[in-house]
Ligand binder design. Sequence first.
Ligand SMILES: [Zn+2]
Length: 198
Amino acid sequence: MIEKVFRTRVWDAYSQDETCASISEYECGCYHIDHVYGYVELIDIESTGNRRVAEIVCTGLLNNAWPLIRYRVGDRVEYEIVDCCPKCGRIGPIIHEIRGRTGDVLVTPSGRFYPHISLIVNRLHGVRQVQLVQKAVDKIIIRFVPSEEFLDLEDEKKMLDSFSKAVGEPISWSLEKVNEIPRTAGGKFRSIISEISN
Ligand SMILES: [Zn+2]
């Protein structure tokens, strides 16, 4: 639909909030690693023939403020080793498929998926962190850590409005104000926790 409306071609790309690795779709129809963005190591998990599945481990080259070295993102790719792409000449490998994060996603009553909430969270006022906990397909808790600027009634209402408008489906949203949102044992912040089964 986007291609039709804007009369253009949509290109796919992969990266992370942590700015460590970027993989883009090119005119050759393949995905390639953007080597200037970060140094990407592919740690093989399994291989069949010339296809391999690997975990991405990356060292970002663009984030001077918070450099991450050999960062294990938790994402996987299916790839093929080549010196350079036979169609466009870019340095290999060829990435055939990006298998997203194994992390949680929100599922709406109509069956839509939301793996990221940062675009909504970035527009909120007076919050340090937000974590969504999905209790049921129509029941989501917005757990948040307020900053000093947080205005109880006003910002709470705005937060509820922002999420319900962005998702736009019959979901019961509730708020849970906390002092801290614990990280995983591996030190990662989970923006979404799904407590519903597959
Ligand atoms: Zn290519």
